[in-house]
Design a protein around this ligand. Structure first.
Ligand SMILES: [Zn+2]
Length: 176
């Protein structure tokens, strides 16, 4: 992205209320986090890339927001373990995400954990990608609607658990 053209870059956010409300949601989260942490380069880079993607592309905004939340948690020190079962260390059948234990779990270990959310293989690969991809490639993938729903749920619950705070997505209501 070309950081020398800020007005043009975010033009669509100013003309599209739907996009604007996603950006407002993201800014609220970043505002809270930067009140308690130093605003690192990584947070700023993530914020700008997220707003850019919402503004200038037609990528699903729920997916963009889910990617943002998971990556943000990783940046501020809550990186989930996405390479093995957080409990028994197996690398097989990791189709569960544990909110409580911050990472993937296998089917057997998931049975003992009420905080797990079951995920499809596509969602599993997406979560790994979100945590491990280079910043510049973060938003360059797509998944099905059902995976987006899983990512949306995990990113919301995981972030709210780690930040010990809940966020309402404020819908802008049109009135005549
Ligand atoms: Zn296990």
């Amino acid at each position: 992205m070309n950081s020398c053209e800020p007005i043009e870059v975010f033009y669509n956010v100013r003309t599209d209320l739907d996009k604007l409300q996603y950006v407002a949601h993201i800014l609220k989260i970043v505002e809270d986090i930067t009140n308690e942490n130093d605003t690192s380069y990584n947070i700023l880079q993530l914020l700008l890339n997220t707003i850019y993607t919402i503004s200038e592309t037609e990528m699903n905004k729920d997916l963009v927001t889910a990617i943002f939340k998971l990556r943000l948690m990783s940046i501020i020190g809550f990186t989930p373990n996405v390479t093995e079962c957080v409990n028994c260390k197996t690398k097989e059948d990791l189709n569960y995400f544990s909110i409580k234990d911050s990472g993937l779990k296998c089917k057997i270990c998931a049975k003992q954990d009420k905080s797990v959310i079951s995920i499809s293989d596509a969602t599993l690969y997406a979560i790994k990608y979100i945590i491990m991809s280079p910043a510049k490639k973060l938003f360059s993938f797509n998944v099905s609607e059902s995976s987006i729903e899983e990512l949306k749920l995990i990113s919301k619950v995981y972030m709210e658990e780690k930040l010990e705070k809940s966020y309402k997505f404020e819908k802008i209501v049109y009135t005549n």
